[in-house]
Unconditional design. Structure first.
Length: 367
């Protein structure tokens, strides 16, 4: 594989100071001689072997050169500024699949058997035939770590147990970059009887856990994190495998075996999660919004489901709404407003999952 510092970083001299400007973070770094040298070297793609040989020729020991290079590559990867390309050294991919990202298609090629076994189960339910990918990824081992190559964009170097979450983060970026006139809503979408149930809440509010619990009541999972609203106000989810955080692993009694069998992954925010892909997902058909639910967890007391002012729901969804332009146009706002006007706006306060499921299911099914 070969590495290159992306065009988002610019090395320059300011007097005698060796300096790098990073466009994305709008930061200026003063760097040492080695960092300055490697940054200039990686203006063009170079392999680890080429770089190591160059440092040894300049007087570094082999072990020192190897460590310095890996530290450098890890750092610039963490800054989102390292382009990684695979070549003949990685050989042919063991497996490649194309994922439907609801508006885009991405391929993932696996160059290592252990990585294939670890990552494939997280995404294979999104594989689709006949789609032409506009985005391509490849994964391969890099010593004790993993390199994720991304065509024409910075890749990542991560720990093995971070590879699936890192790929999900990158694929989520692809979803958001290819929305067109759709609006991405930060919410879990469940589907039953041709209507959508949208669950909103801050990170850690329990959206994924409640969404999974609702499957026992006949719902299908549209997605546990992102729902796409079309210009006509209809919704469909992005069906990434729901991620259960450590604190929720013992809460879903009916899925205990499935949860315990799922590998543990570490997200880039250092949270440990298990991905549950072997569940019932909704079809890709768009559905009208039936109910929007705001979550409110509490320590004790019976569950309660109460109507709330639609303006509060509008504010919640508006704050979490995303478009590629970072703003809602008038037509997009009208679609959001129309969807809310046609739905019931509720707040769910609960302690026990079974009570929450019973209440939401009864409300969604209606009289």
């Amino acid at each position: 594989m070969k590495f290159r510092v992306s065009d988002g970083a610019r090395f320059f001299l300011l007097g005698r100071r060796k300096t790098i400007f990073v466009e994305a973070s709008q930061q200026i770094f003063e760097v040492d001689d080695l960092t300055a040298y490697l940054t200039c070297m990686l203006a063009e793609p170079a392999s680890l072997r080429q770089l190591e040989a160059d440092l040894v020729a300049r007087g570094a020991g082999a072990a020192e050169a190897r460590k310095s290079l890996r530290d450098y590559l890890l750092y610039w990867s963490s800054q989102g500024l390292l382009e990684i390309t695979f070549d003949a050294e990685e050989g042919e991919a063991l497996h490649t699949h194309v994922l439907d990202l609801r508006g885009a298609a991405a391929s993932i090629a696996y160059h290592d058997r252990d990585l294939l076994d670890l990552i494939l189960p997280v995404f294979d339910h999104q594989a689709a035939q006949g789609l032409k990918p506009s985005i391509s990824y490849a994964v391969a081992k890099f010593g004790r770590r993993v390199c994720i190559s991304r065509n024409r964009s910075p890749g990542m170097i991560v720990a093995v147990n971070e590879a699936a979450p890192a790929l999900k983060a990158l694929l989520t970026e692809d979803v958001l970059a290819n929305l067109g006139m759709n609006v991405a809503l930060h919410a879990a979408l469940l589907v039953k009887n041709g209507k959508g149930l949208l669950i909103c809440g801050a990170p850690g509010a329990g959206k994924s856990t409640l969404a999974l619990a609702l499957l026992d009541a006949g719902f299908a999972c549209g997605g546990d994190d992102i729902a796409l609203m079309r210009p006509d106000g209809l919704l469909r989810g992005v069906p990434f495998a729901p991620a259960l955080k450590r604190g929720a692993w013992g809460l879903l009694e009916s899925m205990r075996g499935t949860v315990e069998a799922a590998p543990v992954h570490r997200r880039l925010d250092n949270r440990h999660v298990r991905y549950l892909a072997s569940i019932r997902f909704a079809s890709g058909d768009a559905v009208p919004l039936g109910t929007v639910v705001l979550l409110r967890r509490r320590r004790k007391g019976r569950a309660a489901l109460a109507a709330v002012d639609p303006a509060r729901v509008l504010s919640e969804l508006f704050l979490g709404a995303y478009t590629p332009t970072r703003r809602l146009g008038l037509s997009q706002f009208d679609a959001l407003l129309g969807a809310i006007r046609g739905a019931s706006a509720m707040e769910l306060s609960y302690t026990r999952l079974d009570e929450a499921v019973e209440m939401l299911s009864r409300h969604h099914d209606g009289p």
